[in-house]
Design a protein around this ligand. Structure first.
Ligand code: COA
Length: 257
């Protein structure tokens, strides 16, 4: 089964995150595939908009915590960084269809999507502090600007999940829909964007987002802190606790971190 799927249809590319047994947590190989899908979409003039989606039970549970616990040495740019840069570098509209949990990078990637549609089951969480880590994907920059400092601090310092309605009232989500309608709604809006002037959409997106260097510089700072924190006892303990076998009755409404 492919863990990252790509379906192109009349100018709209659907990119699926598809590892439901792990709530779509991202491995290095998946980051590489996602980065390649987005970079290819940027190069391909026939693709005019991209929708990223997960599966029924989850959008994305963030980085695979097993990979955090057992990091492998990687030559060159880390796949997660490559993925983040491919999102930042996409000049075409990027839409997200979110059902279930969107955690860690599953939530921070939404901050770089142009339109986010969420099912009533969606929950966004930035649990970096619970894991002894720090924010990534320039979320330490984007969240305070988007929400105001205190609301961003609440999400990032406490790390608690917010449901779809709260995410919408914070301005992180455009619309909340019944779960079974989220993807089709994102596709319908994506099709409207495919019919619009591509140069106009590119210019609007670029003007609204401003200089991508600002994001990249913040990501460099975050990544340095993140790498340092990954090695701390608090983080190692948090990964160990998460990876311990758990009784199957654990509530699905909370993050475990
Ligand atoms: N990395 C590795 N495995 C993960 C994972 C992750 N980020 N998220 C979920 N899984 C695994 C679980 O360990 C579990 O495996 P098991 O079936 O072998 O026990 C399986 O996916 C299902 O997850 P579960 O926790 O049982 O589902 P849930 O519906 O109760 O909760 C989440 C879903 C996403 C809220 C919860 O799994 C979670 O908090 N995940 C961690 C998110 C996180 O902290 N990500 C990193 C942020 S930096």
């Amino acid at each position: 089964m492919e863990e990252v799927t790509r379906v192109a249809d009349e100018g709209l590319l659907l990119v699926g995150i598809n590892r439901p047994a792990r709530k779509n947590a991202l491995t290095s190989a998946m980051y590489v595939e996602l980065a390649e899908a987005l970079a290819a979409a940027e190069r391909d003039d026939s693709i005019r908009a991209v929708v990223v989606h997960g599966t029924e039970s989850a959008f994305c549970a963030g980085n695979d915590i097993g990979d955090f616990a057992n990091p492998r040495s990687i030559e060159g740019e880390r796949p997660s960084v490559r993925f983040m840069k491919s999102v930042i570098g996409l000049g075409k509209p990027l839409l997200a269809a979110v059902n279930g949990p969107a955690v860690g990078i599953g939530a921070t990637m939404l901050l770089h999507c142009d339109l986010v549609f969420a099912g009533t089951t969606a929950k966004l969480a930035f649990p970096f502090s619970k894991l002894g880590l720090c924010p990534e994907f320039a979320s330490s920059l984007v969240l305070p600007v988007t929400l105001g400092y205190q609301r961003a601090a609440e999400l990032l310092l406490l790390g608690d999940a917010v449901d779809a309605a709260a995410a919408q009232s914070l301005g992180l989500v455009n619309a909340v829909l019944p779960p079974e309608e989220v993807l089709q709604h994102a596709v319908a809006v994506g099709r409207r964007l495919c019919a619009a002037s591509a140069p106009s959409l590119r210019a609007i997106k670029s003007l609204m987002r401003g200089d991508s260097e600002t994001y990249l510089r913040r990501m460099d700072r975050e990544n340095e802190e993140f790498a340092r924190l990954l090695e701390t006892p608090h983080a190692k303990e948090a990964f160990k606790t998460f990876l311990m076998p758990r009784p199957s009755t654990v509530s699905s409404s909370q993050t475990h971190a």
